[in-house]
Design a protein around this ligand. Structure first.
Ligand code: MIC
Ligand code: SF4
Length: 643
């Protein structure tokens, strides 16, 4: 029987386990990436493992999230990251060089290799035929130490793209269509492998828009084959030697096949407050827009912004709408500057931001109160923009540019002829903002400012747990709800005691105080708890407040792993109805934790109501070991000492 492309790459990197869906597998990781908001913790953890140098083929540390520098914290983090990169053999992409996923695609990605990144959109590199996963910082630290990455073997779904996109309909509309069909839970436990004759016209940046937003489906990752388009992109990046052709076997077997006829698609938009609330632009109608924001790791490539420039050229942004543009990388920005497109954007009234995540993570450009903002980004969770009551819509750069001119949500097909922008034959190559690892790394001293606080540690596994339900939340709670980001909170990512004050602050400002007063306790949640970002702070900060278990109807993959990594029990209601029987402040008791970990099941007593119920704790062997050791850091150290 033939293999899918994902299976071929997995087979090449398999350290242990069998490629059977649901079974635990361990994969050798070739490359890692971190960004600053998750990187500081990842490197503190790597440091705690006591190695002299990273053991990957390539590791890159990017600075793209915390670049506002409203106070000293961000700059302290940057300096720490630069010194630690030099010390441990890591490339350092300086602030201003661009968004990690965009730059990685341009300068480092390799078809057929594995990539682990401490950011949920790491699968962007799948657009280049790379098998790329998002994970918590600690998982990345462990991979930098040369140890494998463990995951459950996903099911492989084939997404068959047929036909050709009509003018003004884009790669963003393909992934929005999938979100419309499958929802933010539709990809859990799955790899989406793209194929069909429709892919041959999609360039690597377009493919990367699709694999990037596969994260919003909850997918483990997404993958395109490595073909002529891949070769052209790598050649234009002066990296043709990294290319190899890669494709699934003709008789590969997939768990499911989804077909999208590209010629039937229309411009789509995700409405507030979820990336799967997708409708046709024509159906939603002319929503007035206070802001249009173009950028983010989803849609800020050279070709994206060239199309935007072509649409705006000679015109003026609507007086009621603020247009902000953050180019994905310095390469993109340099090219726009050299060919004059930047002048067209500025002349039209665009406000230029630096090449970074910016408004996507609430780092500035918060919309006005109650305002509507149309963005080319990938997430529109409530409050993420920095304005609690703002309404965020997600669409393609073409829809965004057309709407910036009219001031209302606009179908770009009304603009006439579509500006065809081919992939350039050569990108401007200038890696001077990427600092290679120091040659005399052993002599580099690591610089720690006052914002770099020591790693919080946790004790061994408890025999039994008694505590209060500190909060009860509904379904699809994101890590932005648990551990918000934005200009005020994000600078505290290296300072767990300080950031812990903000756990659940957007939905329950009293949470941290209550957790401290009660000496910790439990969280109760509905389905898909912890979807969205990979930030391990959504586990680490609750851990530091004494959270020892989360009861949920189901968990999102990365967050579940993060909870386990920090020794927090991710418990699943065996009868989903038991969720209804619990209230905030109920006192719960869990006995015999160790046995529960072995058996994958625990008995819970609700001391407030007298009810008893079962919860499931389905764990792989490795996950059991992590929990028994009191977390992944403890386990990795124990293993290293035993060798
Ligand atoms: C995001 O898009 O939410 C982030 C910010 O990039 C996160 C990482 C983080 O919280 O630092 C992600 O996607 O993993
Ligand atoms: Fe940055 Fe936004 Fe991409 Fe996250 S989704 S990496 S915040 S641009």
């Amino acid at each position: 029987m033939g293999l899918t492309l994902a299976e071929k790459i997995i087979e090449n990197h398999l350290v242990s386990g069998k490629m059977e869906p649901g079974k635990e597998i361990a994969l050798r990781i070739d490359q890692t990436l971190t960004q600053d908001a998750t990187g500081t913790m990842a490197y503190l953890q790597f440091e705690a493992l006591g190695l002299d140098r990273v053991k990957t083929k390539l590791s890159v540390s990017y600075v793209d999230h915390n670049t506002l520098q409203a106070s000293f914290e961000n700059a302290d983090d940057h300096r720490f990251l630069q010194s630690i990169a030099a010390r441990y053999g890591i490339y350092f992409s300086r602030p201003g060089n661009g968004i990690c996923h965009q730059v990685h695609l341009e300068r480092f990605g390799v078809p057929g290799a594995t990539l682990l990144g401490s950011d949920s959109h790491t699968p962007t590199a799948g657009g280049l035929g790379m098998l790329a996963f998002g994970a918590g910082g600690l998982d990345v630290a462990v991979a930098m130490a040369g140890r494998p990455f463990y995951l459950k073997m996903p099911e492989i779904v084939r997404v068959n793209l047929t036909g050709k996109l009509p003018p003004w309909v884009t790669a963003k509309d393909i992934i929005l269509e999938l979100l419309r069909r499958l929802s933010v839970k539709g990809g859990v436990g799955k790899i989406f492998e793209y194929g069909g004759d429709g892919i041959k016209n999609l360039t690597v940046p377009e493919r990367a828009t699709i694999t990037n937003m596969g994260a919003e489906l909850g997918a483990t990752t997404s993958l395109f084959p490595s073909d002529e388009q891949t070769r052209l992109f790598l050649k234009a990046q002066n990296r043709e030697e990294a290319w190899q052709p890669l494709a699934p076997d003709p008789d590969a077997r997939y768990s499911e096949t989804i077909t999208i006829d590209l010629s039937t698609l229309e411009p789509l938009v995700a409405c507030p407050h979820s990336p799967d609330a997708v409708r046709k632009v024509t159906e939603v109608g002319p929503v007035p827009l206070n802001q249009v924001a173009i950028g983010s790791c989803t849609n800020s490539s050279y070709t994206d912004l060239m199309r935007v420039a072509a649409i705006l050229k000679g015109k003026t942004v609507h007086p009621n709408t603020s247009l902000v543009i953050s180019p994905g990388s310095r390469q993109v920005l340099l090219m726009l500057a050299e060919n004059g497109a930047l002048a067209d954007l500025l002349a039209a009234g665009a406000r230029l931001l630096e090449s970074a995540c910016g408004p996507c993570i609430g780092m500035g450009q918060a919309p006005c109160s109650g305002g509507n903002s149309l963005r080319t980004f990938n997430r529109n969770f409530e409050g993420r923009s920095g304005t609690k009551d703002a309404q965020i819509y997600l669409a393609s750069p073409e829809v965004a540019a057309a709407s910036a001119l009219t001031g209302v949500l606009t179908d770009p097909r009304t603009l006439g002829e579509y500006p065809e922008i081919p992939l350039p034959e050569e990108f401007i190559i200038d890696d001077s903002m990427i600092i290679p690892p120091a040659a005399d790394s052993a002599n580099v001293s690591i610089v720690r400012g006052p914002n770099i606080k020591p790693l919080p540690r946790r004790g061994p596994l408890a025999k039994s747990l008694t505590g209060s339900v500190l909060i009860k939340v509904g379904a699809n709670i994101t890590t932005d709800h648990i551990m918000p980001a934005g200009a005020k909170i994000l600078p505290l990512r290296s300072n767990i005691p300080a950031i812990a004050e903000y756990v659940f602050s957007g939905i329950d400002p009293g949470f941290a105080a209550r957790a401290k007063e009660k000496g910790g306790g439990f969280i109760v949640a509905g389905e898909n708890y912890g979807q969205g970002s990979s930030r391990e702070h959504a586990a680490l900060a609750p851990m530091s407040l004494g959270i020892t278990a989360v009861f949920a109807r189901s968990f999102a993959r990365i967050h579940r792993s993060n909870l386990i990594n920090f020794g927090i029990l991710p418990l699943v209601f065996s009868d989903p109805a038991d969720y209804e029987g619990i209230s905030q402040d109920d006192l719960l008791h869990l006995g015999d934790i160790e046995e529960g970990i072995d058996r994958g099941e625990l008995l819970v007593e609700n001391k407030s109501t007298g009810r008893k119920f079962r919860v499931l704790l389905p764990l792989g062997e490795r996950e059991k070991e992590i929990l028994r050791a009191g977390g992944l850091l403890n386990l990795t150290k124990q293993q290293a000492e035993g060798e």
